[in-house]
Design a protein around this ligand. Structure first.
Ligand code: DHB
Length: 301
């Protein structure tokens, strides 16, 4: 079930979400071999950053809450990773974050010189006051960062959006106008908080964190639905996708590709092939193709 996406052929529509499995070629290659059509690196930032103190991730059963805190070696300290990744034979999205338009531009320009297949700008991280989300909730800031990055890179640009935006369709349209080639939605929901009632204290060291996993799927489906109505560029839909039927659902909302993040924890790294097979079985039972189902839920206007 090969699929075309922004000029590249992917073996299937499954995408590894950013931040789930780091940046080493070996692990990303293994994910591709295990049935994932397109893999995304953990977001790369302008400076070395340790991230937040532990605990940073808690499994709530029906999903997870995390505040990892954007740990990054910094874009200038990844020579070993790039040396390996430049020799890869699988399609790769490099994800980038910054604390200002200039920082996004500087990191993206450098990363572009390392030949990823696509660059994703993360304008939606909830776990830092100054990075990410602040750009994704305001149309003018989204426009500024997308147009600045678009000028300095030579691969297609994907913009990762937050469900926190008051009107995510409006932000997506602004990104499209500014030159985005695709939208990825959604980043984690929240921030939320979990309190240990015996200790009378928030459980995460950063106190607040982004929600992911099955509990956020309806938010993701609604956001992708709104974005599909607003733009003509393709959408990578993700947020709580765990099964083939979830994948079909988010495609019906408007996604061309389907991302998986937290569910790697629930179903293991074989999940990509498993979900691809489950989708394929559903499509064959219903006598239809991927193209038939992307946006199918919009039929009634
Ligand atoms: C982190 C969390 C995110 O949701 C994101 O988009 C980027 C980074 C983090 O906490 O590391």
């Amino acid at each position: 079930m090969a699929i075309q996406f922004l000029g590249k052929t992917l073996k299937n529509p499954m995408v590894l979400a950013s931040g789930i499995l780091g940046n080493s070629k070996d692990i990303l290659e293994r994910i591709h071999e295990n049935g994932c059509g397109l893999v995304t690196m953990k977001s790369i930032g302008p400076e070395p950053r340790d991230g937040h103190k532990n605990p940073t991730v808690i499994d709530l059963g029906h999903g997870m809450i995390n505040a990892v805190g954007l740990p990054s070696p910094g874009y200038l300290n990844m020579e070993n990773e790039w040396r390996d990744l430049e020799k890869r034979d699988f399609p790769l999205i490099a994800s980038v974050y910054g604390g200002s338009v200039k920082e996004y531009q500087m990191v993206a320009e450098f990363v572009s010189s390392k030949n990823p297949d696509f660059i994703e700008i993360n304008i939606s991280c909830p776990n830092s006051e100054k990075h990410g989300m602040i750009f994704g909730i305001n149309p003018q800031s989204s426009h500024d960062v997308v147009s600045a990055v678009k000028k300095v890179i030579n691969v297609p640009l994907i913009v990762k959006l937050t469900p926190q935006a008051p009107d995510i369709g409006d932000i997506a349209r602004t990104c499209e106008d500014a030159g985005a080639d695709a939208i990825c939605a959604i980043n984690t929901v929240g921030p939320g908080m979990v309190i240990d009632i015996e200790a009378r204290t928030p459980v995460l060291a950063f106190k607040k964190g982004g929600l992911s996993g099955p509990m956020i799927k309806p938010v993701a489906v609604r956001c992708v639905f709104d974005i599909y109505k607003a733009v003509d560029i393709p959408i990578i839909g993700l947020g709580g996708i765990t099964t083939g039927e979830d994948a079909i659902e988010i495609m019906m909302a408007g996604a061309s590709l389907v991302g998986i993040g937290s569910a790697v924890r629930y179903r293991g790294i074989d999940i990509f092939q498993t979900v691809a097979d489950e989708m394929e079985a559903w499509l064959s039972d219903h006598h239809c193709s991927h193209e038939d189902i992307t946006g199918a839920a919009h039929k009634e206007g």
